[in-house]
Design a protein around this ligand. Structure first.
Ligand code: CAO
Length: 556
């Protein structure tokens, strides 16, 4: 066992570099070549590798410190068979390698000299020409894997925009566009290993004002400086990748991602999209902790089911500053509004909805209902159309039990309910509430009228107990007292169907000989198409229509 200093290697001519990330902590066991910390000059970010295998005993610098060649940044215990002089020698070798890497990654004067700009053969024609962009000198690296393709076919790009990002084990570099123009066919894929001179992609380059052949050929040379692979610090993320996971903040076009190779590697391993990770390091640099915190929050949200409430990977809606258009006022959402919003979105995103429409002839039902007015006054109960709907739905649920289920998609089970409890959506000043009437099939119309009126009043008075809002198998939402001809209600999950009722209206109905004025009630049945098929939905609404068309059948 021996203690070894961890020193900053030759930085390829850079005087001082800033420590932007400390990757290890005291006590960490590291393998030889594991990154210890990341330093960044104005040209490159480079990870300083561990000079040996052992345990970190001290890190004597902090993020933001400036270091130069030879500075001691920490100490480590190296030991075992490879200890002593051998280990030291080996460590010195590594240190040298690191300095070479740093020197190579630094795309300053020396590498500019090395950079051999690719000079693709220009094919001229019309006002534009086709170019095949080749991989320039990669600062001494060979066979470097492509970790990101930053452009897509058809993109219009400026000269110097990042085309692809490659990553060696020492540095991340971008290959810039040698010209402004349009991206054609991309000739490489992520994971491909690139070396100088390989074909990268095709481009259509606009020629301005009838450019001469000489000028056209001179152009790539003019871009020679830009044609080097650039370190990742100037990276511009162009394409917004497919959303994944929970809360999604779409990156603004041109969002810069600052992250070192180790962080990029970690993000790739965890499937984290760095354009969505907020960097907490200097200049918004993304450090390992940021990636880990991001992944943790995504997992938590997915587990809590909040993902659907907040986007489920669907791009969020960016709000403009509305005050620029006129006067505004902001008010915090009530808990109920926020809970309703979450539930609605959860249902809408989880359930494949289909809505089946039907008109029920309620002319006779309404005659009967109106005839109950005096009786209702005696009982102190108002008979509205709702109890008839409740009764008809209870009958339909009993006859078509596939509507009285919930799905457990995790266990791949259908849960059938042997009871018929129906929720009624109630519009209240503080939001939508859904009290539940139990055992509707066992109750008479007056009982249902009284109970629904009582529960609706309790909802408006905020007097409902939680137990009075639980256990529904199905929901009725009636907008009939307000208006409208049809709507597509959202299934109140984990139920699998909901009946929307719109305003009844007199309509001419053909009876086979002539048109008759009939009071028609529009029904809109939304259902979860995973649980219920379309034919059953049509059966359900047809049955409802028959039951409401001849309420005597409700007695059967
Ligand atoms: N067609 C024509 N008239 C209708 C009708 C219909 N489908 N349904 C009710 N009416 C009439 C009633 O007969 C009553 O008229 P009269 O006073 O002349 O008898 C009037 O409209 C008001 O009825 P109501 O709405 O007070 O009573 P209800 O039992 O039909 O409904 C309730 C109770 C709680 C469902 C209702 O008050 C309510 O809150 N509806 C809104 C539900 C809602 O917001 N749904 C949307 C959820 S999704 O955002």
């Amino acid at each position: 066992m021996s203690e070894q200093e961890i020193k900053v290697p030759d930085l390829g001519g850079a005087d001082e570099v800033e420590v932007i990330e400390i990757i290890v902590s005291k006590g960490d066991s590291v393998e030889e070549e594991d990154p210890i910390l990341t330093v960044e000059s104005d040209k490159a970010s480079v990870e300083l590798p561990s000079p040996g295998t052992g345990k970190i005993t001290n890190i004597s610098v902090k993020v933001g410190d400036k270091v130069k060649e030879g500075d001691v940044v920490g100490t480590m215990e190296v030991g075992g068979a490879g200890g002593g002089d051998d280990a030291k020698e080996e460590a010195d070798d590594k240190s040298e390698q690191a300095s070479e890497a740093a020197s190579e990654a630094k795309s300053g004067d020396s590498s500019a000299d090395k950079a051999e700009p690719s000079k693709p053969a220009a094919k001229k024609g019309g006002g534009s020409r086709k170019e095949t962009v080749k991989v320039p000198a990669l600062d001494g690296f060979d066979n470097v894997p492509v970790i990101e393709i930053n452009v897509a076919e058809g993109d219009s790009i400026e000269a110097d925009d990042a085309l692809v990002t490659v990553e060696s084990d020492k540095a991340t570099m971008e290959i810039p566009a040698p010209y402004a123009g349009k991206v054609g066919k991309i000739l490489v894929s992520e994971g491909d290993k690139l070396s100088e001179g390989d074909d990268l992609l095709e481009m259509t380059v606009e020629e301005e004002g009838g450019e001469s052949d000489d000028q056209a050929e001179a152009e790539p040379a003019k871009e020679a400086k830009k044609d080097e692979a650039k370190p990742e610090q100037s990276k511009q993320e162009k394409a917004a990748p497919e959303p994944q996971g929970a809360t999604y903040e779409p990156p603004a076009p041109g969002t810069k991602v600052h992250a070192g190779p180790a962080v990029r590697k970690l993000a790739r391993e965890l499937g984290a999209d760095l354009t969505r990770v907020k960097g907490s390091g200097p200049k918004n640099r993304i450090v390992k902790d940021d990636v880990q915190a991001y992944v943790k929050s995504q997992l938590q949200q997915a587990q809590q089911g909040a993902s659907v409430g907040t986007g489920s990977g669907i791009p969020g809606v960016k709000l403009p500053d509305f005050s620029q258009f006129g006067e505004i006022e902001k008010e915090a959402m009530s808990r109920m509004m926020s809970a309703t919003a979450t539930n609605m979105q959860r249902s809408w995103l989880n359930v494949p909805h289909v809505t089946q429409f039907e008109d029920a002839d309620i002319t006779d039902m309404e005659d009967f209902r109106k005839a109950q007015k005096a009786a209702g006054e005696k009982k102190g109960v108002k008979m509205t159309p709702l109890p008839f709907m409740l009764k008809a739905c209870a009958t339909a649920l009993a006859e078509l039990p596939q509507f009285n289920v919930s799905l457990d998609m995790d266990k791949k089970e259908v849960i059938r309910k042997k009871y018929i409890h129906i929720g009624i959506a109630v519009d209240t000043p503080h939001g939508l509430m859904v009290p539940v009437i139990r055992n509707v099939d066992q109750k008479g119309l007056w009982e249902l009228a009284a109970e629904s009126a009582e529960l609706a009043q309790k909802a408006r008075d905020k007097q409902l107990k939680p137990s009075e809002m639980q256990g529904a198998c199905f929901t009725i939402t009636s907008l009939g007292g307000i208006g409208g001809t049809a709507f597509t209600p959202i299934v109140n999950t984990p139920e699998v169907a909901i009946l929307g009722i719109s305003k009844a209206a007199m309509k001419p109905v053909w009876d086979g000989k002539e048109f008759q004025p009939r009071l028609m009630l529009p029904l809109s049945l939304s259902y979860d198409h995973r649980a219920v098929n379309g034919a059953d939905a049509a059966r359900f609404t047809t049955l409802l229509s028959q039951l409401l068309g001849d309420i005597r059948s409700l007695l059967l």
